[in-house]
Design a protein around this ligand. Structure first.
Ligand code: NAD
Ligand code: TYD
Length: 339
């Protein structure tokens, strides 16, 4: 299979590129990535010299470029997105452009090229807040942040291309993902890297919002399974069933690094903060998907990775990162968050 992997220089996309080239010797990969602040070629160093891999720096919204690349591959796997909820509250337009319009451009190119598969990487956040129970794939989308609304918008276009043009598209809806190479703005890598530097871990609100954390390798295995053995026209949830709060994440990180509880800092809550996400993954389970890495082991490995790879994340935590940080975080007691 020849794959066009968009967003392949990001966190999950790069893990998927590495996994595909490792586990499928016959496959070749073209990565299309705009290299935004979240894209990082260091994530692809392991495959940089593989003759089956090619990098194209470009925008999924560029219809001419995407049309040309679609003609050179069998399938598009779309990871490209603006992906951080807090940034979507500050600048929703970027999210609508990439996550909605960009998805349309890719769908149109796949249709034009007559592809027999399209995989849209989506998120459990499209279901919105789930107060009780677990979302099945048939549950309605009720997104509440500009990020989740943009991802839901991309999904709506996928649904339209299935129904109107018969495009054989598959959607995966993964839960919160963690592991090596994650840009240090999401909670787990932010808390680990802050803790390593002795900085406070900013916990939103009462720290009780619940998320399900999935290791990036398990997430990629699930996407690979859905791509190769899923049924076109179907959506697949990916979750582990765990429910972990912001306080739990801080406690785990501090314990693993042997640091004091006093580094926990409660900050003003995120506007519209979804209290809980929870999905039912029985459907992908029926195809044989089982997450292999549990959170205690995955967290230990991830903390070790960030400790051993300061050269990877330190350059990212500078300049624009701290400007965003200062705008975003408001400690409950004093003024702006310190850096
Ligand atoms: P990321 O922010 O680490 O990476 C996104 C990548 O997309 C970057 O390399 C960036 O340069 C690229 N990109 C952004 N805009 C682009 C554009 N217009 N054209 C081309 N490339 C562009 O994101 P991630 O965490 O790896 O997430 C990947 C996908 O998985 C996203 O679609 C996201 O919605 C979804 N997802 C993420 C999680 C999570 O917890 N991280 C969970 C479920 C689903
Ligand atoms: P995040 O990693 O941003 O993922 P998402 O919002 O897409 O689920 O946040 C995960 C949870 O952690 C969420 O409940 C918000 C909380 N959180 C904090 O308490 N502090 C932080 O600095 C961040 C980034 C998140």
């Amino acid at each position: 299979m020849r794959l066009l992997i968009t967003g392949g220089a990001g966190f999950i996309g790069s893990a998927f590129v590495r996994m595909t080239l490792n586990e499928h010797p016959e496959d070749s990969v073209v990565v299309l990535d705009k290299l935004t602040y979240a894209g990082n070629l260091a994530n692809l160093e392991a495959v940089a010299h593989d003759p089956r891999y090619r990098l194209v720096r470009g925008d999924i919204c560029d219809a001419t470029l995407v049309g040309t690349l679609a003609g050179e591959v069998d399938v598009i796997v779309n990871f490209a997105a603006e992906s951080h909820v807090d940034r979507s509250l500050e600048a929703p337009g970027h999210f609508i452009q990439t996550d909605v319009f960009g998805t349309y451009v890719l769908l149109e190119a796949a249709r034009g090229a007559g592809h027999r598969r399209f995989l849209q990487v989506s998120t459990d956040e499209v279901y919105g807040e789930v107060r009780s129970g677990r979302s099945l794939e048939s549950a309605p989308m009720r997104p509440r942040s500009p990020y989740s609304a943009s991802k839901a918008g991309g999904e709506m276009l996928v649904a339209a291309y299935r129904a109107s043009f018969g495009l054989p598209a598959i959607v995966t809806r993964g839960c919160n993902t963690y592991g090596p190479h994650q840009y240090p703005e999401k909670i787990i890598p932010l808390f680990i890297t802050n803790a390593i530097d002795g900085l406070p871990l900013p916990i939103y609100g009462d720290g009780g919002a619940l998320r399900d954390y999935l290791h990036v390798e398990d997430h990629c295995r699930g996407i690979d399974l859905a791509l190769r053995h899923g049924r076109p026209g179907e959506d697949y949830n990916l979750g582990t069933g765990n429910e972990v709060s912001g306080v739990d994440v801080a406690d785990m990180v501090l314990r693993l690094l042997g640091l004091p509880e006093s580094l926990k800092q409660f900050v003003t809550d995120r506007p519209g903060h979804d209290r809980r996400y929870a999905v039912d993954s029985t459907k992908l389970g029926a195809l044989g998907w089982v997450p292999k890495i549990d959170l205690p082991n995955g967290m230990e490995e991830t903390v070790r990775w960030y400790r051993d790879h300061e050269q990877w994340w330190r350059p990212l935590k500078s300049g624009e990162f701290w400007e965003f940080y200062r705008r975003n975080y408001r400690p409950l007691s004093t003024g702006a968050a310190s850096s």
